[in-house]
Each structure stands twice: as C-alpha cells, then as structure tokens.
Design a binder for this molecule. Structure first.
Ligand code: C5P
Length: 220
C-alpha cells in the first residue's frame, strides 16, 4: 500500500436507505440495499484511503482496518454524523438513498387503527449532500442521480445545485441497473459537463471506475 493513490486521504461515504419513524413500530423507508456505498468503501480502502462509512439500515457489513462503519437510522442522524467529520475529509461521496420526506410528528405510542382514511403530514428531511456542497472547502464532492426523464440535463442541474465535482448518473434505461441489483450502468458527468458512459458492470467494478475518477480528479 506504500504507493497506493489514496494513501493519507480521508474519504467519507454515505450508504443505504434511511428509516423515518412514524410511531414506535412503523417507519418510512425505501429498498436501497447499500451495496453501491459499501463497494465504494471497499474500493477506496483498497486504494489506501481511510474511510468513514455512514450507513443507514442495511444487512451488509464491512470488516476492514481502514474503514470505520457508523450505523444510523434517520436522515438527521446521517446528517449529524457526516458533519462531525466533514471538515477533516478530502473526499465526500453521497451514495445513500435518503428519505426526502419524514413524518412531521412522530407519535410516542403506536397509532391505533381508526377511520377508513388516515393522513400523515410529512416535512422535508435535511439534504445531506446539499449541505456538504454548501460547506465545501477543499473536499472533492461526489453525488449520485437517478433520473427517469431528461437524465443528463437533470443530473447537470443537480451537479450545479449541490456544488459537486462530479455526479454519477444511474441509468434506469437498463434492466441491470439500480436498486437491489448487483450490477449498475453509469455515466459520470463532471463540472466541465464532460460525460463518460460506462458499460453495465458489477457494482464492485462500478465502484472501481468511480474511485479511479476520484483519483484522477485529485491529481488533476
Ligand atoms: O436530489 P436527489 O435526492 O436526487 O440527489 C441525489 C443525491 O443527493 C445522492 O447523492 C444522495 O445521496 C444525496 N442526497 C442526500 N440527502 C438527501 C437527498 C439526497 O445526501 N436528503
């Protein structure tokens, strides 16, 4: 590891879904497995980095001396953990599928069944990556985008809005890509709006491509 490209670099990665409580037994969540984030952590560690992996509820784990795994449940907890470390990192990668909205009020007791309809009022959860972009000093910042229409244009908008160095667009136009899958097909778009499209690959190989892009940008 003596000549590893990410030696002495600190990388923070978010992964997995978040669970937002409705009451003590129920939550709002999503089907994110966390695979992409965990593979990125493995790959960054392999290239010599010290990694902090902040993960929402996931069945995955990681055992690597160079990776510190911090488990959280909610977007707020993920936000707090990220910002505890953000000032000291060289690279931030947001691969978590954060719940965009959360119940405005969390009931302290299990909600009883009553009428034919019920309403849960939601409020926005903190946008972790947006705040990382706003507080950016020298960090290289990477986000993901999953779009169903105007993919490239929307990804570029997100890249600007969140002040990213590059964004990884997951193509939905491919059966092997995305949630719960072992494979992914990506396009990387950088600040200069250069786009690079990659073939359908395993998430481990996709992670390698993304970490290689990180290394290239750090050395640019
Ligand atoms: O805005 P959108 O959710 O599509 O952007 C996706 C990117 O922003 C992903 O990198 C995701 O991890 C990050 N994100 C976040 N906090 C949120 C929502 C999204 O960090 N509340």
């Amino acid at each position: 590891k003596a000549s590893a490209p990410l030696l002495h670099k600190k990388v923070i990665i978010t992964a997995g879904p978040t669970y937002e409580a409705i009451d003590p037994v129920r939550f709002i969540g999503n089907h994110s497995s966390g695979k992409m984030g965990y593979e990125l952590a493995k790959q960054a560690a392999k290239q010599g980095a010290n990694v902090i992996l902040v993960s929402g509820p996931s069945s995955l784990t990681i055992v690597d001396d160079s990776v510190t795994l911090i488990r959280v449940n909610t977007a707020q907890q993920m936000y707090d953990e990220v910002h505890k470390h953000y000032d000291s990192v060289d690279v931030g990668i947001a691969a978590a599928a954060v719940s965009d909205y959360r119940p405005k009020v969390v009931a302290d007791q299990k909600i009883k069944k009553a009428g034919e309809e019920m309403t849960i009022v939601l409020e926005k959860s903190p946008d972790i990556l947006l705040s990382m972009g706003q507080h950016k000093k020298n960090q290289l910042l990477v986000g993901f985008a999953l779009e169903t229409e105007n993919e490239i244009a929307n990804a570029k908008k997100k890249l600007e809005k969140k002040n990213l160095d590059f964004i990884v667009l997951n193509s939905l136009n491919d059966k092997g890509a995305g949630f719960k899958k072992d494979t992914n097909k990506i396009t990387i778009i950088d600040k200069a709006h250069n786009a690079k499209s990659f073939d359908l690959k395993s998430k481990a190989e996709v992670a390698k491509d993304i970490i290689n892009e990180v290394i290239a940008k750090l050395n640019a």
